[in-house]
Design a protein around this ligand. Structure first.
Ligand code: SAM
Ligand code: TMP
Ligand code: ZN
Length: 413
């Protein structure tokens, strides 16, 4: 890792190498900042652009949003809203109980435990645990579910305090959270203090390989600071004295990878690590040319989607959206989709309902509004939950309704 950035604004957050921008998604609001209808105050905007480090290959945002602006008492994303994800995390917890948490009085820590979707199973098994969760809104629910929670950001200082009071952790887990954290140096120093000598750090996040393959550009938003690959994670681990010892592809959230890290030299890397690194090299995933092609494909999706929605409006069709996802902030603000093209968004989350989507101010209504009456078309923003949602909403298609998808390309089904 030799190249160093001369300009601090383009220095890699992992290795200080030079970051080159490859996609600009424009002026964007905070993806989870739903507004009250009566709110007329100013809205926070930033420039959402992505680049890649020439040294460690890490794909990362060019601008960082202050963490307290995103993760606070108003944070509206409750993980347990999906039955598929509840099952996924119950199985994840069971896996840990059978593998890493078998010693005498083991201790498990989760970074970003949200409403307790994973730790609840660890807690029910009577195993010592602690969740770090800075967003009070969801931490409260986890506590109500019997999970021990510290309403705080995981970082070097808080990890050291937990080590002093609870002792070392056999497992530290983070799902859909590590990619939210620009300050990985502090995270790894915290892991170094907290993890048992033979402990593991396991995290799962959206996979760059899937994002590029599916052109799922909506995985890019304020909270998703990093888009990880096996290469960039291996380099990051090495930067901080750890080693990538296992990887596994996951089908959830549109394609993720579960990475397992151990202290350098402590565990033998599995064959899966070499295989994934090899596959990434073969498909030239980290090559600037691949990322430039991805950026061009994003532009085509925007053109196709706006043209389809405009045609439907011209034909007088009723079009609504489904799932007020954080991802949809990127889609609506990048493609300039507002109530002229989509009348409202239906979502099952009470904390989002009767409010306005960030930036484009599309009203969010409860799921029940979807059938009252059914629209002609529904733009599926929660495409990562397509199976679960389409199974739940079968009546819509039976009545002639059609879903609009835009990942990996714009189409009506
Ligand atoms: N693990 C859950 C899941 O997979 O559904 C929650 C994921 S949610 C998208 C990300 C969570 O990370 C939020 O609840 C946020 O408050 C939390 N978070 C952000 N920064 C954090 C930090 N430094 N330490 C612990 N949690 C953090
Ligand atoms: P996510 O893609 O970040 O997990 O967000 C999914 C959003 O979609 C969240 O706001 C909840 C909503 N949702 C529904 O409205 N109905 C559903 O059946 C599911 C699974 C999610
Ligand atoms: Zn770097």
């Amino acid at each position: 890792m030799t190249e160093r950035a001369s300009d601090a604004a383009t220095a890699c957050r992992v290795c200080r190498g030079a970051v080159t921008e490859f996609l600009d998604l424009g002026r964007q609001p905070l993806s989870d900042a739903f507004r009250d209808r009566a709110d007329t105050g100013p809205e926070f905007f930033f420039r959402l652009a992505v680049g890649q480090c020439a040294s460690c290959t890490m794909v990362q945002l060019m601008e960082e949003v202050p963490r307290e602006a995103m993760f606070n008492d108003q944070y509206p994303y409750f993980s347990s809203g999906s039955a598929v994800m509840r099952k996924h995390f119950t199985e994840t917890a069971q896996f840990f109980l059978e593998t890493e948490l078998t010693g005498p009085d083991p201790f498990a820590v989760e970074i970003g435990c949200n409403d307790g979707i994973m730790l609840q199973t660890i807690s029910d098994a009577g195993v010592r645990h602690l969740g770090f969760e800075p967003s009070g809104s969801v931490a409260r629910v986890a506590r109500e579910n019997g999970v021990s929670v510290r309403t705080d950001f995981f970082e070097e200082s808080t990890a050291a305090e937990v080590r002093a009071t609870h002792g070392p952790a056999a497992v530290v887990f983070a799902a859909n959270t590590l990619c939210h954290i620009p300050y990985l140096d502090s995270i790894f120093r915290g892991l170094d203090v907290l993890l048992d000598d033979n402990g593991v750090f396991v995290f799962e996040d959206p996979y760059l390989g899937d994002i590029v393959q599916k052109t799922s550009f909506d995985q890019i938003y304020d909270e998703h600071f990093y888009l990880f690959s096996a290469h960039s994670v291996q380099n990051t681990a090495a930067e901080f004295g750890f080693e990538l010892v296992d990887v596994a592809r996951l089908g959830v959230h549109g394609g993720e990878v579960r990475y397992t890290l151990a202290r350098a030299g402590k565990r033998e890397p599995s064959a899966a690590v070499a295989a994934m690194l090899e596959e990434e090299s073969e498909r030239r995933l980290a090559e600037p040319e691949t990322l430039r092609e991805f950026a061009a494909a994003v532009g085509r999706i925007r053109d196709d989607l706006v043209s389809l929605l405009s045609d439907l409006r011209a034909q007088g069709k009723r079009v609504v959206a489904y799932g007020a996802t954080a991802k949809s902030a990127t889609v609506t603000n990048f493609c300039d989709i507002d109530t002229a093209l989509v009348s409202h968004v239906c979502d099952s989350t009470p904390a989002k309902q009767e409010r306005l989507s960030p930036g484009k101010h599309i009203p969010v209504l409860p799921s029940e509004a979807f059938s009252a009456p059914y629209p002609d078309y529904a733009l599926l923003f929660a495409w990562n939950h397509a199976d679960e949602i389409m199974a739940k909403e079968q009546e819509f298609r039976r009545g002639g309704g059609r879903w609009i998808l835009y990942v990996p390309s714009v189409r009506v089904v």
